[in-house]
Design a protein around this ligand. Sequence first.
Ligand SMILES: [Zn+2]
Length: 68
Amino acid sequence: MVKAGDTFNIGEICPESGVYRIKTASCKANAGCTISKEQLTIPLVKGKTFPPCKNCHGVIVWEFVKKA
Ligand SMILES: [Zn+2]
């Protein structure tokens, strides 16, 4: 059972369809990468893998927010 605040690394399998938020991103320090507000949360379907940063493929730690 996934609960709010649980974190996942990129490449891990999504255990629960829902909304996930960027907790930490390695690319935040990268001047060439700006994560837009729209990119801070994503909907992700159970069984998909957690993605890296869309802009720079940087490492992201995703945090579960709520079920879909
Ligand atoms: Zn990035």
